[in-house]
Write a protein that binds this ligand. Structure first.
Ligand SMILES: [Zn+2]
Length: 247
């Protein structure tokens, strides 16, 4: 079961696993508050405990609300993809797509839906980390200790059946989360859906890498796509086949 939580500029998802819950892409304080409300309604049973908080990549609209969520659920743990460690230690600067792609890739996403602007403000009102602007990208200080331990070699802790898929392109640290049994894909900023049938994200650091990442995931059986921005795609046959690629 996947809960779609709106409240940040990016989509936030809450995944129900057999041993607890995982929050993905908590991009704003508002998203964190909404997760708290959803969990309160579920009641305090073991399977409805928030075990894990993670993100599909380290950009503010996907991580800006994690600190607030940790305050609500201090016993939950923040796990990131191993590569995020390079940003946190300062070994690498945050990845930013080239300026030329801001016009063709970012602006259409920001302006497509009226309420996105409010959500965008929500993201920036949250913790100032993971900001993809040249003069702010070294602005990384976290109020929690994440474990940068997730990779393709093992299942996600507490979420049996779920795995991380490395899908560089939008950024080098971009990943998807996939459940082969349920055929569900959380596509992060690799596949968005602002246009109806899903599209490969033009706002990316490497066209070559994102095209290869798409090739990789297109060999997986998928019934539902939950994108980082735009509307989830469910109830259609083979949704990956309908995703718009670059010309
Ligand atoms: Zn991003």
């Amino acid at each position: 079961m996947i809960h779609h939580i709106e409240g940040g500029y990016a989509n936030t998802y809450l995944i129900e696993g057999t041993e607890g819950l995982m929050a993905v892409d908590v991009g704003s304080n508002l998203a964190a508050e909404k997760i708290r409300d959803v969990l309160r309604k579920m009641g305090d049973t073991a399977v409805h405990k928030l075990r894990l908080i993670t993100a599909t990549h380290f950009h503010i609209d996907h991580v800006g609300g994690i600190e607030r969520l940790k305050e609500f659920f201090p016993e939950s743990e923040v796990f990131f993809f191993t590569r995020v460690k390079k940003y946190l230690t300062g070994e690498e600067k945050l990845a930013i797509p080239p300026l030329s792609r801001w016009l063709t890739g970012l602006i259409p996403v920001v302006t497509r839906i009226g309420h996105q602007y409010r959500n965008y403000r929500q993201s920036f009102a949250s913790r100032k980390v993971g900001i993809p602007l040249p003069f702010l990208r070294s602005c990384i200080s976290l109020g929690y200790e994440p474990r940068c331990e997730l990779d393709e070699s093992s299942e996600i802790p507490f979420l049996p059946g779920w795995r991380l898929i490395e899908t560089p392109g939008h950024t080098p640290d971009s990943v998807c989360f996939y459940n082969p049994k349920e055929k569900v894909l959380l596509s992060g900023d690799t596949i968005l859906n602002m246009e109806g049938t899903g599209e490969l994200n033009r706002f990316c650091c490497s066209i070559h890498d994102i095209e290869n990442s798409f090739k990789k995931i297109s060999s997986f059986p998928v019934k539902s796509i939950y994108p980082g921005h735009g509307t989830p795609i469910t109830g259609v046959d083979d949704p990956l086949k309908r995703v718009k690629l670059f010309k």
